[in-house]
Design a protein around this ligand. Structure first.
Ligand code: FAD
Length: 295
């Protein structure tokens, strides 16, 4: 089933993201993660993809296929196009189709440290348009409430979102953010551009201070003062930091759901304890919101 249908059927779509383990690590652990996440009954689970043709990428197809075929949960395979040739992308599309995976998150991927590598695609719109001509996939794309880190012109990313929609993206998943007001400002701008596709809020709970600092340096997300206080206060106590992180993410999600967002995408970092606790905290809200859908 295409994920855009889920947005039609529900007021709120709730999903998880996982990543494939490094190639020298066995798959059993992530199989176990999928098993545990499936018990939480998300609407779908997405699997990340390594930009630039990582050798892990056959694991993205494998795990997406397992989620769909072993657990009956929709899966979303991430796919990046930076440096890729059309032929290699087509091979992956064929493989996903054969494995019953109906949904792709079409991404450009980060520019490698050595600079842009040439391939058959310049940006995500190229990939979205290409996927549109191949097979009958549901297509998601990324959006950036605080702007993409490479974008120098204010609000250019809102125009680009419109291009992505016109190229064939059915819905968007946002980059992580820690300040809901920034997300609400972004939604207002999106509305003014007449972008109609649903937007899911991407939420990443803190696991440790280093992880957050690394990710923030890559994507430029703003860290609110109260979030920094949590990081500083509990950085050496992993259980306390985890619990404060769960509480912070829960508070963010409660506010987002109450505001009326169309979806929450939880970056689980393959941590099932965190996914489990957060899902438990918000499950009655999800039920309440979805019980009111009139199709
Ligand atoms: P694009 O939409 O192509 O945008 C890239 C840059 O080009 C932006 O600065 C944009 O403003 C600019 N641009 C795009 N189109 C135009 C245009 N027409 N004119 C002028 N400028 C333009 N990375 C991975 O490697 N693997 C993953 O699995 C992965 N999953 C992700 C999931 C989500 C939800 C998000 C938000 C990001 C994910 N990323 C992943 C990171 C992503 O690959 C990077 O953020 C990347 O730098 C940009 O990808 P994009 O698809 O948004 O690129």
């Amino acid at each position: 089933m295409k994920i855009k249908k889920l947005f039609k059927e529900k007021n709120l779509v709730y999903s998880f993201e996982i990543f494939p383990p490094k190639e020298d690590l066995p798959l059993e652990k992530v199989f176990n993660t999928i098993e545990k996440l499936s018990e939480l009954k998300p609407d779908y689970i997405s699997v990340t993809y390594g930009a630039g043709g990582s050798t892990l990428n056959n694991r993205t197809s494998l795990l997406s296929s397992r989620i769909k075929n072993n657990y009956g949960i929709e899966s979303l395979a991430h796919l990046t196009c930076i440096g890729a040739k059309r032929g290699s992308i087509d091979k992956i599309l064929d493989e996903l189709k054969e494995n019953n995976v109906d949904n792709i998150l079409a991404l450009r991927g980060d520019i490698p440290q050595g600079g842009f590598v040439s391939g058959d695609f310049i940006n995500s719109q190229d990939l979205i348009s290409h996927i549109n001509t191949k097979g009958n996939f549901g297509i998601g794309a990324a959006c950036y409430p605080e702007g993409h880190i490479e974008t120098k012109v204010k609000d250019l990313d809102i125009d680009i979102l419109k291009f992505k929609e016109e190229a064939g993206a059915d819905y968007f998943i946002s980059q992580l953010f820690f300040d809901n007001n920034l997300f609400y400002n972004f939604l207002n701008k999106v509305k003014k551009k007449d972008i109609k596709s649903p937007i899911q809020a991407g939420i990443m709970p803190v696991i440790n201070k280093r992880q957050i600092e690394r990710i923030v340096s890559m994507c430029g997300a703003t860290l609110p003062r109260k979030f920094i206080r949590i990081l500083n206060k509990y950085q050496h106590d992993s259980i306390a930091l985890r619990d404060a992180g769960i509480a912070y993410a829960t508070e963010q999600i409660v506010d987002l759901i109450t505001y009326g967002v169309e979806g929450i995408h939880l970056y689980t970092m393959n941590n099932t304890t965190i996914a489990n606790n957060i899902t438990e905290n918000i499950s009655s809200l999800i039920q309440s919101i979805n019980s009111k859908k009139v199709i």
